[in-house]
Design a protein around this ligand. Structure first.
Ligand SMILES: [Zn+2]
Length: 163
């Protein structure tokens, strides 16, 4: 039984592998069908791979988002730690004793960052050549007691004093 060349349409011997007219290789329709099936399978596999890649990309994006959130949380935690470190920086006892013994010079207020009050107490003592130092001395002494008893419990930046 004869078969037809798929390239030029010439009649071929049933056993011929190549067309004698154009020289094209004869392709068995059954093999062709199998190749189509294989192509379909390949397409299916490619689609599966694409879907898996899409899923991987989605997972990667989610991981990136999680990483960003973790990074932001880390930054926030770092900020809180810095705030806590500053909060425990100034000593209540130290500030109180400075007020009691050196209050006339405003030293406790300079220590806590209340620069305006400190300058006022210092100027009262210095500009009066010491004659009015008892005024800023009593003022500073009272503030020293208030610091030790907790009536004044924050520095100028609003951070609580440490015990
Ligand atoms: Zn041919």
């Amino acid at each position: 039984m004869a078969k037809t060349c798929q390239n030029c349409g010439a009649t071929m011997e049933d056993s011929a592998l190549y067309c004698v007219v154009c020289g094209a290789k004869y392709i068995d329709p059954n093999v062709n069908q199998n190749m189509n099936n294989m192509n379909n399978q390949n397409n299916f596999n490619n689609n599966m791979n694409n879907n898996m890649n899409y899923q991987n990309n989605f997972n990667n994006n989610m991981n990136n988002m999680n990483n960003n959130m973790n990074y932001q949380n880390y930054n926030q935690n770092t900020s809180n730690m810095n705030f806590n470190n500053q909060a425990s920086y100034k000593s209540k006892v130290c500030a109180g004793l400075l007020g009691i013994f050196l209050g006339a010079l405003g030293v406790h207020n300079f220590y806590l960052g209340y620069t305006g009050k400190g300058i006022a107490q210092l100027l009262i003592s210095v500009l009066s050549l010491g004659f009015l130092s008892w005024v800023s001395g009593i003022w500073g002494f009272i503030e020293g007691i208030m610091i030790l008893t907790g009536s004044i419990n924050k520095d100028a930046n609003g951070n609580p004093l440490s015990d």
